[in-house]
Design a protein. Sequence first.
Length: 128
Amino acid sequence: MKAQKNDIKCAWSNEAFELWYLLHFHNRTTAMSRDEYKKAIENGVNEKNENRKKFKYLKNALDTYSVLEKAGNQTQAIKWAESLEQSFSGNQFADYNPCTQVYKLVLELIGKSSKLNEKLIAKFNSGI
């Protein structure tokens, strides 16, 4: 609530950030524990990389983006994350499970956020 009042956007996930990773492989619509995410992500990657050595998920691995880029589907993850968010209402965000807003940050980073692009164009046109 404090962030909203100060126009600060948050990229949160419930129950864990790893939901964003998992959505690259599966449309997860029911809650799961943090421990279950690791196995589900490993299964998702290993299903796509049958001829490679078995992938083991490490929370702070430096190659996570490249693994997701090769084995997952970011466009589909964005669609599934949007759908999850739309399935909830109100502002009791802690109860939104599973749900992630990381896709909004990703859209901004890849230049596909219509809201951010409109703001930037307006600033550019106004000379700011």
